[in-house]
Design a protein around this ligand. Structure first.
Ligand code: MOS
Length: 764
């Protein structure tokens, strides 16, 4: 049942051999095979086109001007000097720009990240807010002109403090059962602590970028978005044009991590400039702008109260979670995402509230809610284990839930217990001695910590079209996009499975909003969402092909009952003939050629899990266990994460190679979350003072521990016929608390406010 990827053959395959293996794979073995990504060569040769790569004839370049105060009002804006810079075509601002509409609130198919369109009023809500847009013949000219726009502000002191307490506003109850306060008061053993996570900035390598081109009353966006369909719908509303007039193209993404789920104000600005000038306009958001204008994971502050009986059974669990938000949007991080169902506990309350800050609007960042929530809860569980003098794995096993106690639903497929047990065995957890600082290796102090993980499993509506063509190729089209994690390859694997064609004869066309509507790339739901729709479309196209084979005179299959025909290895043959033999039947393209058809097509469709009677009454999540080892050298104050064992229960794994790659990336991101990442705002003016890749520390290859990824591979058939859930966000969940607990085990210092700094450990 276990697919382990440490040091086994699939992981040591080169791209070329893996691809050859994929190409030669029997169609019955391609699902679940560690094939290399079909888009890999395009990326490694630099031929994959990202939004910012689109250079169109007569293109102009836009550069936004950002506010230099964190709060206040624009008193005056002098653009004379900017307009005089050679090559400047326009300087747009509130005084001269056409009106932008807002997107309809709460329209789930036209969501925007920041509801306030650029330049809507004279207020400054956060440092870096756009106040003008310069468009020029070249990027250099636009940049130079943007620098000489003179804005005067009536500045006020912004509120950007990381401390969210004392909080006097209204709390919202997210989940409740039993009588938590009384149960906590009466508990034999208690933990009552507050945990904090910082603002973290999404830093995908690809910058946000928009290229907008009008042709009459139609506009095309070459966009870096995690949702071409949503982007089209939102832009139509904001620009005041029919949806049909908007096309959004995103062929490749250099990732997004949630920051590119929905449009930001710069997208509409590029379109307005292009409409005004009747020229293509390119706007690339700089790395520094990305720290203020395109979202971040908000600061959280979470008080956890956990009460247990003396033998370690949970009796009370209370989470009061605050997160900061901007003054233009109410972004709820949802820190209680995992709290209600992870453990069995009769008395529980999760409450949350928002605290306004002079920052740009926060946005979902990998594992929103669950990731900061689990940092707090799993840290508190570790503190409880210490208080109980109980092994932390044992504590989790003892409190494992058999139903989702937040709503009474059965789990579709939950193997947290096996994740914990497998992880414990692979890590060697039994050798752990619980005393702080009691373990050593090569003169270094070792710390071992662990945490449980979970993330929701979803499926949304999806439509696809599959074509089988007389040129011998199979094609699939879907208006979704590959964030960089392997979705192109998932589509190709399904087509290869169904048709038996090698990857060279399969084309996957994604990233164009005019194709059949597919899902947003978010929440780790793309694979689970697209699989059934591609399978249905492929089956439909094959059925159509077989009936043509049976009814077309002059083919060897003419006159057969279509029901007795099959498509195998790209050939149409009688079910009685040996599948896979070159002598069996005829190549499928010969059937189409004989029938004088260009090709056959079929549509496939799958619906949202929330409307599926088989699924909607189940509780669906992925689970995991994270085990971390740190090495601590107190003499030189050096801390390093040396080893992580991660065991993931994410349904059936369609491509263990791409899947393990995602989990590894997430673990490295977790090292950054635990030890490095924090966006720091200047209290004087609200500016993110570490807004660049030199000062904003992220985990790099040198910080990456040895990582052992294990997938349990239990299919979850309630979610789709392939049994696949999603991979990605689950890999980050639980990593930071496992590291924080390992740090405690090594040093005796319990850091409750991330990131863990060397200064925190000097008290050791
Ligand atoms: Mo993810 S935070 O849903 O892109």
């Amino acid at each position: 049942m276990t697919v382990s990827t440490t040091g086994t053959a699939p992981e040591t395959m080169t791209g070329a051999t893996a691809e050859a293996a994929g190409a030669a794979a029997s169609q019955h073995g391609i699902i679940g095979r560690p094939v290399a990504r079909i888009d890999g060569p395009l990326k490694t040769t630099g031929t994959a086109e990202y939004a910012g790569d689109f250079h169109l004839p007569w293109m102009a370049f836009a550069v936004p001007v950002q506010a230099t105060v964190g709060k206040g009002t624009i008193r005056s804006l002098d653009v004379t000097a900017a307009e005089a810079v050679p090559g400047v075509l326009a300087v747009l601002h509130r005084g001269n720009m056409e009106r932008l509409y807002r997107a309809v609130p709460n329209d789930p198919n036209a969501t925007v990240s920041e509801t306030r369109p650029a330049f809507e009023d004279d207020r400054i809500y956060y440092w870096g807010q756009y106040v003008a847009l310069v468009v020029a013949e070249s990027l250099e000219q636009a940049t130079a002109a943007a620098a000489v726009v003179k804005a005067e502000y009536a500045a006020e002191t912004p509120e950007v403090s990381r401390e969210l307490e004392p909080f006097a506003g209204k709390w919202n109850t997210v989940s409740t059962r039993g009588t938590v306060d009384a149960a906590f008061a009466a508990a034999a053993v208690k933990v009552d602590q507050t945990y904090g996570t910082p603002a973290e900035t999404h830093n995908p390598i690809e910058l946000h970028a928009t290229v907008a081109v009008w042709d009459g009353d139609r506009v095309t966006f070459y966009e870096s978005t995690q949702g071409v369909v949503n982007h089209r719908n939102a832009m139509a509303q904001i620009l005041g044009v029919p949806r049909e007039n908007v096309t959004v193209v995103t062929k490749f993404l250099g990732s997004g991590f949630g920051g590119k789920l929905f449009p930001w104000p710069h997208c509409a600005l590029a379109a307005v400039a292009s409409r005004k000038l009747q020229r293509p306009v390119k706007l690339v958001v700089t790395r520094t702008m990305m720290f203020s204008n395109v979202g971040h994971r908000p600061v959280t502050e979470q008080r956890f109260r956990i009460g247990a009986s003396a033998d370690g059974k949970l009796v009370a669990l209370r989470q009061d979670a605050l997160n900061h938000t901007s003054l233009v949007d109410s972004f709820d991080e949802g820190c209680g995402e995992a709290t209600g169902y992870l453990y069995s506990v009769p008395n529980l309350t999760v409450a949350s509230a928002l605290v306004g800050r002079n920052v740009g609007s926060p946005m979902a960042m990998r594992g929103p809610g669950a990731v900061p929530g689990l940092f707090a809860m799993e840290s508190a569980m570790d503190e409880l284990a210490v208080a109980l003098k109980m092994d932390p794995v044992e504590l989790r096993l003892k409190n494992d839930a058999t139903v989702d106690e937040s709503n009474g639903r059965k789990f579709s497929s939950r193997h947290l217990r096996e994740c914990l047990e497998t992880g414990s065995a692979k890590f060697g957890w039994k050798q752990r001695t619980p005393q702080v600082g009691s373990m050593r290796r090569d003169g270094k102090v070792l710390g071992w910590g662990m945490a449980a993980a979970s993330w929701g499993a979803y499926r949304f509506a999806c439509a696809t079209t599959v074509d089988l063509n007389a040129d011998g190729k199979a094609r699939v089209r879907c208006a979704t996009q590959d964030v960089g994690t392997g979705l192109y390859t998932i589509f190709a694997q399904v087509l290869a499975e169904k048709t038996g064609l090698p990857f060279e004869r399969i084309e996957v066309l994604l990233g164009d909003s005019s194709m059949p509507e597919g899902p947003l790339s978010g929440g780790s739901w793309s694979t689970a969402t697209v699989l059934p729709a591609v399978a249905e479309a492929a089956d439909g196209a094959i059925a159509s092909l077989l009936s043509i084979a049976a009814s077309t005179p002059g083919t060897p299959l003419a006159g057969a009952d279509a029901k007795t025909l099959r498509m195998t290895e790209g050939r149409v043959h009688r079910a009685t003939e040996s599948a896979g033999l070159p002598s069996a039947g005829v190549p499928f393209e010969a059937v189409l050629q004989a029938a004088r058809l260009n090709g056959v097509s079929a549509d496939g469709r799958s619906g949202s899990v929330f409307e599926d009677p088989k699924a909607r009454d189940l509780s669906m999540h992925s689970f995991g266990a994270q085990f971390a080892e740190v090495e601590w050298e107190p003499e030189i104050a050096r801390l390093r994460v040396s080893r992580v064992v991660t065991v993931i229960d994410a349904g059936r794994i369609i491509n263990p190679r791409a899947g393990a790659n995602q989990i590894r990336g997430a673990v490295v991101m977790g090292v950054g979350m635990a030890l490095l990442e924090e966006t720091v705002y200047d209290r004087r003016n609200g500016q993110p003072i570490n807004g660049n890749l030199a000062d904003y520390l992220m985990a790099t290859s040198a910080d990456a521990p040895e990582i052992d990824v294990t997938f349990l591979d239990y299919p979850d058939f309630a979610l789709n016929s392939y049994g696949a859930r999603g991979i990605g966000e689950i890999g980050l969940a639980g990593v930071a608390p496992a590291i924080a607990s390992a740090v405690y085990h090594a040093t005796g210092v319990r850091v409750r406010k991330l990131p863990i700094r060397i200064e925190d450990l000097m008290q050791a």
